[in-house]
Write a protein that binds this ligand. Structure first.
Ligand code: ADP
Ligand code: ASP
Ligand code: MG
Length: 480
């Protein structure tokens, strides 16, 4: 209580803390978990809250078990589950004490029992419903957070497991849920603040939440970044650190273009745009909560913890034109052609049909008789086409990649550089800061490298002959 007898506000009570999120790529085995513990140890004075993803590739594999089961391949699904159980048990044995290992293995036995039931239900129903999928995937983060908490304790850190399902309250939009902010903030504060005040390290799984009725949900693939930001905003953290397997945000995905370089700093808007347009190292919604509370976000490399990383802030010291080129893979372009014309009722009907099948209307381009939009799954398209029969024809082409650059004035340079490539849906974003276009998957890497060479490489080359160690971004807009 303060002098006039009022309870202090949550923000006033908050010891300034930091949120540290370790992705699957930083948690592939016992060695990686130990490395994460060392990184956290160095930041104890900053009162860390730790958010973890599932161990590397576990979410993909859990999803695969559900899909196999739904296709009638239950034995293959169960075999995959068995391999996953073995892998988790191995990590437990290598990273915790014998007493902890015994408890964790019993817990894993129970978890995998539940997983076999869920997969059995998918097989019985012949379908992996979004709700079943969320329940299935939630185990990845639940298991990892328990194991990493035990491993951290074994390494001498006072880590306390916090059940993310008790803290992150969401709507019921399964596979892409949105937090109910007030409920979530309140729960996070009441769970985390007492632990932080006692100098303990709260540890929770990212990506997952529950509806008000207690049904597990997920925040969309890569959602642990979002959780880290939600947690950071709730406890009014001093900074949010996203620990991953690359040196920060790079000029493009290094897996597609090895010449990619670290971007030292960028604005919240730039990072949010990059994430939205497919830079996988950040969940598209991850920047929003941090931006709302003006909390700096750092992207750092758990394999190179001394590296400088990328700092994302409201107003970076230097503004520059293009920070990165993104590539969003696995995109399908859907063309909806009106049988007659697009009367407003027809448009409404089309939007409703897509929404009913849980498709967002992304990257829309429209002309008098046709609409084009982008989706990342083709599952429901045959049903949508059927439902719109007589009103519109629906055709789609898969295996496209959406490339995106900021700064529209360079469109002519892009056209010139990619004169041999078939560019589809060239589009300037509503924000007018981006240009995006579709290319065939087969041409994507080559196009991306060409653009990277055009917009970045010459600057790096000039820069390295100047004999400095870090590419700089100058006020006025260009790399030097
Ligand atoms: P985590 O498990 O840590 O969440 P992710 O696989 O989700 O890791 O994200 C890290 C990966 O994002 C990197 O390995 C890299 O291949 C990819 N990536 C895509 N675009 C970029 C970019 N512009 N800068 C850095 N990494 C990128
Ligand atoms: N494990 C989840 C996924 O693979 C969440 C995350 O990695 O952030 O999508
Ligand atoms: Mg990720």
């Amino acid at each position: 209580m303060n002098e006039v007898g009022e309870m202090p506000k949550a923000a006033e009570m908050t010891p300034q803390s930091i949120v540290m999120k370790f992705g699957g790529t930083s948690l592939e085995d016992a060695v990686a978990i130990h490395r994460a513990a060392q990184i956290v140890r160095q930041r104890l004075a900053h009162k860390p809250v730790v958010v973890v993803s599932a161990l590397s590739n576990v979410t993909d594999q859990l999803l695969e078990t559900g899909r196999l089961a739904a296709k009638g391949q239950l034995p293959a699904a169960n075999e995959l589950l068995q391999n996953l159980q073995r892998r988790h048990e191995e990590v437990v044995l290598q990273s915790t004490s014998p007493a902890q290992a015994e408890l964790l293995r019993a817990q894993l036995e129970a978890d995998f029992g539940r997983l076999r039931q869920i997969v059995g239900n998918a097989a019985a129903g012949g379908e992996l419903t979004p709700r079943l999928q969320d329940h299935l995937l939630s185990f990845g983060e639940m298991m990892a957070s328990r194991i990493v908490q035990a491993a951290f304790t074994h390494a001498g850190l006072d880590a306390v497991w916090v059940n993310a399902l008790d803290c992150i309250v969401t709507d019921a939009a399964h596979t892409q849920a949105t937090p109910l902010w007030e409920e979530t903030d309140e729960k996070l504060r009441s769970e985390l603040l007492p632990l932080l005040a006692a100098n303990r390290i709260p540890m929770l799984g990212g990506f997952i939440g529950t509806t008000l009725d207690g049904i597990p949900t997920t925040l969309g693939r890569g959602g642990s970044d979002f959780t880290a930001s939600i947690v950071g905003a709730a406890v009014q953290a001093g900074r949010i650190e996203i620990w991953t397997d690359v040196d920060g945000i790079l000029t493009t995905d290094p897996k597609l273009c090895p010449e990619a370089r670290r971007v030292p700093t960028m604005s919240f808007e730039e990072a949010a745009d990059l994430a939205y347009f497919g830079a996988r190292m950040l969940h598209p919604a991850a920047i929003t909560p941090a931006m709302r509370k003006n909390i700096p976000v750092w992207v750092l490399n758990s394999r190179n913890p001394e590296g400088k990383g990328t700092e994302i802030v409201a107003h970076p010291p230097e503004e520059c034109s293009i920070k990165a080129i993104t590539a969003k893979k696995g995109v399908t372009v859907v063309d909806v052609q009106a049988v007659r014309w697009f009367a407003p009722e027809l448009l409404r009907e089309i939007f409703e049909v897509f929404e009913r099948h849980q498709y967002g209307m992304d990257f829309l381009s429209a002309s008098r008789g046709s609409l084009s939009l982008l989706v990342t799954s083709t599952d429901a398209l045959p049903r949508i086409a059927e439902e719109l029969k007589g009103l519109a024809t629906v055709r789609w082409e898969s295996e496209k990649v959406l490339l995106c650059l900021r700064q529209p004035e360079i469109a002519s340079q892009v056209f010139r550089a990619l004169s041999e490539v078939d560019l589809r849906m060239f589009c300037q974003g509503a924000s007018e800061r981006n240009i995006s276009f579709l290319v065939d998957e087969a041409q994507a890497e080559d196009s991306l490298r060409k653009l990277h060479r055009l917009f970045f490489q010459s600057r790096f080359d000039r820069y390295s002959t100047a004999n400095t160690t870090q590419p700089m971004c100058q006020a006025g807009g260009s790399w030097q």
